[in-house]
Design a protein around this ligand. Structure first.
Ligand code: NAP
Length: 363
């Protein structure tokens, strides 16, 4: 069943990385180089602009090919790290050529015929994929959902109230460049003491609606109905789908902060049963993909500056709500380009590869 192309890899499956030249694609190539080498050929695909460029993966130079139907010949699993509209058009084409498409864009996440998968939480969902496509959740949801899934399995989740502190790389390379430029403009000044002084110094705010340097911005994504932002609705809809809780009460306020990479979230999680900090600590300490870092007396709690570049979801500041014995307060950090994007996609692809190797493919 596997390795229907993959001349370079014997009977190991052939993997295509579509969008290999982008921000997520670049992290993907380094993750593929670090993880267990289960792939035969790894084919790198991008726009015609990048065709012929050579990129390094698994220590070897691989030439990028332009996106085309032929590029999917013999591919077993195709990851898509491209804009929504490119995924919307090309993931079904990859699937029609026999590949399982794992899509990192927002194009298919809420499609009822496309599973939305976080391997630590709902790996089983990856097996049922009527369209031959599996979706990867958005980075804000992914930054907390592994920890929430572990607590839900024990206590039964009934409500999430979330405030995010989102890094600028969630807005791609353009977001990173904007913050770095703004920080250079304000460094060493006395700015930040009068209304509008930072805004005037910064000028063009790039992809953000307000200055990011010396500031926090209570808006991320695009404006949707009734004042909600697209990021806030994604947290609600995607948490419900991943956890299999269509009625879960979820309220999110998404805020952008002057951090390059790694999203943080302050979470109020309410459960069906009473909770204790001790039990929560035990669950989180034993949960795959989670690191408990919770000793404030010693100054130990997660921060983006410490969590960036790492794989796990970091959890700290675990407290039982003072007015509600069924609720916990937590602070969570996760690298939005690793677990929040490329790592989760790589993990889904590995789940599919294992399934194909077992000959039990759902399509
Ligand atoms: N940044 C994050 O934190 C994050 C997190 C989760 C999910 N995502 C999602 O992941 C996807 C990629 O995001 P990114 O930040 O990596 O974007 P990016 O840096 O802009 O990279 C886009 C990639 O898509 C390719 N591409 C663009 N137009 C194409 C076309 N017409 N045909 C073929 N390839 C094309 C680009 O190739 P060229 O270099 O050849 O133009 C590049 O490889 C998006 O859907 C995004 O929403 C991003």
């Amino acid at each position: 069943m596997i390795g229907h192309g993959g001349a370079a890899g014997g009977d190991k499956p052939t993997l295509a990385v579509v969008g290999a030249t982008g921000a997520v694609g670049t992290v993907m190539l380094s993750i593929l180089s670090e993880r267990a080498d289960i792939w035969g050929e790894i084919r790198l695909i991008a726009s015609p602009r990048s065709a012929g460029r050579k990129l390094t993966v698994r220590g070897e130079q691989v030439e990028v090919v332009a996106l085309s139907e032929e590029a999917f010949e013999g591919v077993d699993v195709a990851m898509f790290d491209v804009p929504d509209e490119i995924s919307a058009r090309w993931a079904p084409i990859a699937a029609s050529k026999g590949a399982v498409a794992v899509d990192n864009s927002g194009a298919f996440r809420m499609d009822p015929d496309v599973p939305l998968v976080v391997p630590e939480v709902n790996a089983h969902a990856a097996r049922v994929r009527p369209r031959g496509i599996i979706a990867n959740p958005n980075c804000t949801t992914l930054s907390m959902i592994v920890a929430m899934g572990a607590l839900h399995a024990e206590f039964g989740l009934s409500e999430l109230i979330v405030s995010s502190y989102q890094a600028v790389s969630g807005a791609g390379k353009e977001g990173i460049d904007a913050l770095r430029e703004q920080l250079a403009l304000v460094a060493g000044t006395e700015l930040g003491t009068h209304p509008g002084d930072v805004r005037r110094a910064v000028g063009d705010t790039g992809p953000f609606p307000a200055p990011m340097a010396l500031n926090v911005v209570p808006f991320a994504g695009s404006l949707k109905e009734d004042g909600w932002s697209s990021e806030e609705l994604k947290v609600r809809n995607e948490s419900r789908k991943i956890l299999g809780l269509p009625e879960l009460r979820v309220t999110a306020t998404c805020v952008r902060v002057p951090v390059i990479t790694t999203h943080s979230l302050a979470v109020h999680a309410r459960f069906e049963n009473e909770v204790t900090v001790e039990a929560a600590h035990e669950i989180l300490a034993g949960a795959p993909g989670v690191v408990l870092c919770d000793n404030p007396a010693e100054g130990e709690f997660p921060t983006p500056a410490d969590a960036v570049g790492t794989d796990p979801t970091w959890v700290g500041r675990v407290r039982r709500s003072l007015d509600d014995p069924r609720a916990l307060e937590l602070f969570v950090c996760g690298d939005n380009l690793r677990k929040g994007a490329a790592l989760n996609t790589a993990q889904i692809a590995e789940v599919v590869a294992a399934e194909l190797a077992g000959g039990a493919a759902a399509r």
